[in-house]
Design a binder for this molecule. Structure first.
Ligand code: PRX
Length: 654
């Protein structure tokens, strides 16, 4: 790595090859600029034209953007369409035989399904949902492993106008319960279990537990896909997936909905304890997913597209379930983990399936460098033509490795900045247009008016940077927080920001106007590319009968990006010795795993008799961050009641 390090002291710029530029959907900087100019000249006209050209409408829209009740924006509201129709039916006459999904299971077995069969399966399942009385506007929670079925379930909901809320399979029963009740779901779609790393793991017990916690009386159907053949407890309202679809027809007229009809709710962490149900629209959302496929992923019919994200995250929604299918792509879906049977799994799959476009997260890249930096060389990766990164800033060393070892210095890397709330890419290279540099997501997509402002909402252009905002509403953005419009308004459109969308990230721009994302401005951690609210974890810890108080901070972590550090004050005395502390720390880690999910488990726990606080009683988080990082404490600690606790909090329990 030493030669890579030294390279990084220069600001390296990688210009797309002539060959790439020639074939690109947006070819050259002038083509990019022409789109940007068109969007600035006539903002609504620009989006209207794209929406007409890109989506198939049952009933064309006449209104473009409605800002009358800002920030509750509406796009293309009187137009009618169906997302599942746009993803499936549109390909039935042109390419019914084309493989839609190449599914590779944990054990390496491969299943292919073409567009005709996928359409039939979605219709059958949609008819099955209807047979349970599920209809337009109903909420359906999906808690499934990566599978063709997960895509079928989401698409089937979209087909009948039901609003899905996918819950990542790594979340605990408590988190699942919180989401089922908040969304007031009427059905849950799950599986008996899932395979990961050669092991069968249960999934359905978490659903049973969640439903047993109360407040889920509205759930009238639990549909269970049989994956692992493991034993399950059976409730009165449970039905096997295969029984539900038996005898159902393979066509199903789509429910034509307004472009503003909610397509889904996806929960994400915010700075307060309760996860937010981010509500997305039908028309604007799909437009964003398709345009970014075309522009950022430079999508071609001959591509084999692979986004490694789980459908439980926004990346899996936009770049597994919706974007690629709407484009008529062949895509890879993977059930397992990147390290099983060894750290060459991703590279082997790229070789076997001739993947052209590969999209993953920096945390995966870092762990694969560590576990086998030379492994990509053992595989034929010549099919690749484009690489992507998402979820957190990619550190330049990881970028260089990805570029040289995986992309063999041939493939542009698109570092895509966006969020659950934005629905699709916001700032990312159009790979045949702009030169790229390690560590920057480059420039906003045409039509996205991203900029950086200070605390008064004034634009800043210097190196210090400020808050990342988007000045004008855009089609794929969040519409509201489910059941909490006030939180939506306050959180994303605070008064000082003049009606701009506040992303919650800080950023700066370099001399080329390229954006560099610096991190979150709120109490949100980014652990392995996943957003975790510090308050959420604190609340989970405090819910433990032994815990009086807890504070969570992040500290840099080589693989995960950020690690979770917990400072805990017990109701009783601090653990008597190292062994007792270790045991208790482990119990509390498991507790958090049970309350939220394994991803939220603190990496480190430290016990103190108190937490450092200001006179007004606020926890001094900056001080705790410094302690977690092992930094010299330079802050004024004279206001501390008991400075001795700082020494206690420096002790790591391992
Ligand atoms: O902090 C930014 C970071 O991830 C946050 C959004 O997280 P989530 O809603 O879970 O969506 C992740 C997948 C889109 C952002 O506020 N983030 C995401 N992509 C990048 C990034 N930070 C830097 N560079 C990126 N490419």
């Amino acid at each position: 790595m030493s030669n890579i390090q030294s390279v990084l002291h220069e600001t390296r710029v990688f210009t797309p090859s002539d060959e790439f530029v020639k074939q690109a959907n947006v070819s050259g900087m002038s083509a990019y600029q022409a789109l940007v100019d068109a969007s600035q000249k006539d903002y609504e006209g620009y989006w209207a034209k794209l929406a007409r050209e890109t989506l198939q409408w049952k009933k064309p829209f006449t209104k473009v953007l409605d800002e009358s009740n800002a920030p509750f924006y509406k796009w293309f509201e009187d137009g009618e369409l169906n997302v599942s129709y746009n993803c499936l039916d549109t390909h039935l006459t042109t390419q019914p035989e084309k493989t839609a999904i190449i599914f590779e299971a944990d054990d390496g077995s491969v299943t292919r399904i073409n567009y005709r069969d996928l359409h039939a399966r979605v219709c059958q399942f949609a008819n099955g949902l209807k047979s349970r009385g599920i209809k337009k506007g109903d909420r359906v929670v999906i808690y499934l492993p990566m599978s063709i079925e997960a895509v079928v379930a989401m698409q089937a909901c979209a087909r009948i106008g039901a609003i899905h809320s996918v819950v990542f399979g790594g979340f605990s029963s408590k988190s699942l319960h919180e989401r089922i009740t908040d969304a007031q779901a009427c059905a849950v779609i799950t599986s008996d279990g899932q395979f990961r790393g050669g092991k069968a793991m249960p999934l359905k017990p978490a659903v049973d537990e969640a439903l047993g916690m109360g407040g889920c009386e509205g759930v009238h159907s639990v549909i269970v896909y049989q994956r692992t053949n493991s034993e399950v407890t059976w409730g009165g309202n449970n039905i096997w997936w295969h029984d539900l679809v038996t005898g159902q027809g393979t066509t199903c007229e789509p429910e034509w909905v307004s472009a503003e009809h909610p397509l889904f709710i996806l929960y994400t962490s915010g700075s307060t304890g309760k996860p937010k149900g981010v509500q997305h629209s039908t028309g604007g959302y799909l437009l964003g997913a398709m345009l970014s496929m075309k522009w950022v992923f430079d999508y071609k019919d001959s591509d084999v597209f692979w986004c490694t994200a789980d459908v439980g995250w926004i990346t899996g929604h936009s770049y597994v379930t919706y974007g690629p299918l709407a484009m008529g792509a062949t895509e890879v879906i993977f059930e397992g983990v990147p390290t099983y049977p060894d750290a060459g799994r991703f590279w082997k799959m790229i070789q076997d399936h001739k993947v052209t476009t590969f999209y993953t997260a920096p945390t995966a890249i870092r762990s694969l460098i560590k576990l086998g930096g030379d492994l990509p060389r053992k595989y034929d990766l010549s099919s690749l033509r484009l690489l992507g990164s998402v979820g957190e800033p990619i550190n330049p060393e990881a970028w260089m490795w990805y570029y040289t070892e995986v992309g063999q210095s041939r493939c542009p890397i698109v570092d895509t900045w966006w969020q659950t709330e934005t629905g699709s890419h916001m700032i990312a290279p159009l790979p045949g247009a702009m030169p790229i540099k390690p560590g920057t997501c480059t420039l906003p997509l045409p039509g996205i008016q991203a900029t950086i402002v200070n605390e008064n909402g004034d634009e800043v252009f210097d190196q210090h940077g400020g808050f990342l905002v988007i000045k004008r509403p855009f089609p794929s953005q969040i519409r509201t927080i489910w059941g909490d419009p006030e939180r939506y308004k306050k959180g994303y459109f605070p008064h000082e920001m003049r009606g701009y969308y506040l992303a919650g990230d800080s950023a700066h721009r370099d001399e080329d106007g390229y954006f560099w994302i610096m991190g979150r401005i709120d109490d949100v951690l980014n652990v392995s590319g996943h957003r975790l609210g510090t308050m959420e974890i604190e609340s989970a810890l405090v819910a433990n009968p032994l815990v009086a108080e807890a504070a969570i901070v992040g500290k840099p972590h080589e693989i995960k990006g950020e690690a979770v550090v917990a400072f805990v004050v017990l109701k009783g005395a601090r653990p008597a010795d190292a062994a007792a502390a270790k045991k208790l720390a482990e119990d509390l880690r498991n507790w958090v795993g049970h309350e939220i999910g394994p991803i939220a488990k603190p990496d480190e726990i430290r016990f103190g008799e108190n937490l450092p606080k200001t006179r007004s009683g606020k926890i001094m988080r900056r001080l705790l961050r410094a302690i977690a990082k092992g930094e010299e404490i330079t802050q004024d600690v004279s206001t501390l009641e008991n400075p001795a606790i700082l020494e206690q909090l420096k002790e790591v329990v391992r």
